[in-house]
Design a protein around this ligand. Structure first.
Ligand SMILES: [Zn+2]
Length: 260
């Protein structure tokens, strides 16, 4: 059976001397891996048709057995060439593609929002609408929302107290913040201290469906660090792994507080 769908390239890996395995997040079939036979042969029709972060129109033969399908045709719809002339944006794009590779499922259900979010983040990086480090923060928060792991920030997860005006401790293991009266003692290593100002930033960022809305928002260093720590511990808890690409992004972009 042949499937036709739009798809974003998450990873390109060698498969044999002349072939690639390309992993995609598709618009209609979830995460899909395809063999691209003869991909690197000089006369291959696939040459230049796909690369990390491209959105392509993809036709592939579905192979039920080992989950590895066979690419039939592919043509780029959006090459995002800006990513290739801006190494910081490229590092950030590599990280978000790798992150999605780790969380996307090989099924269509619930993946449409991830597909739209990834495309929007890659466009924003390509056009440098925001600093890459800031965009990564936004992307991580939105991805958690899309995956159903939105951190609970407004009320204490134990007693329900409103946290808008008080200090709190965010604990990824509980998926949200505790007021200081309820925070379990001794305080666990992964708990991040968040003040009312940071809480409010987190709430606004969590509900910003587009990175455009963050453009005029000024954050101080303390808020940025808390934000990164909250998403970092939350992702580590949900993914149960530490993507190396996040370390690379942290080191390259001066994106401190790699608590993960
Ligand atoms: Zn409480």
């Amino acid at each position: 059976m042949i499937t036709k769908t739009n798809a974003i390239v998450l990873r390109v890996a060698p498969y044999s001397r002349t072939s690639h395995v390309v992993t995609w997040l598709t618009e209609s079939a979830g995460r899909v891996s395809t063999v691209v036979k003869g991909a690197v042969r000089p006369k291959s029709s696939f040459l230049g048709q796909y690369d990390l972060g491209y959105t392509c129109e993809l036709l592939f033969y579905e192979r039920a057995r080992n989950g590895l399908h066979v690419a039939k045709e592919c043509s780029p719809l959006e090459m995002r060439s800006g990513l290739r002339s801006d190494w910081q944006a490229f590092v950030a794009a590599s990280y978000i593609c790798d992150l999605v590779l780790g969380v996307a499922l090989p099924t269509h259900d619930g993946q449409e929002s991830t597909y739209a979010l990834l495309g929007e983040a890659l466009d924003a990086l390509c056009e440098r609408r925001l600093e890459p480090a800031v965009l990564l923060n936004w992307f991580e928060l939105r991805l958690l929302h899309v995956l159903g792991y939105a951190p609970h920030l407004e009320r204490c997860v134990s007693c329900g107290a409103d946290l808008a005006q008080q200090k709190a401790g965010f604990d990824a293991a509980h998926g949200g913040s505790f007021c200081l009266n309820c925070l379990p003692q001794p305080v666990a290593r992964q708990v991040v201290a968040v003040g009312p100002d940071t809480q409010s930033v987190l709430r606004r960022w969590s509900s910003a469906p587009s990175p455009e809305l963050l453009r005029n928002m000024v954050l101080n260093q303390k808020q940025l660090l808390a934000l990164r720590a909250v998403t970092g511990t939350m992702l580590a808890y949900c993914l149960e792994r530490r993507p190396e690409s996040r370390d690379v992004a942290v080191a390259t972009l001066g994106w401190k507080q790699g608590e993960m």
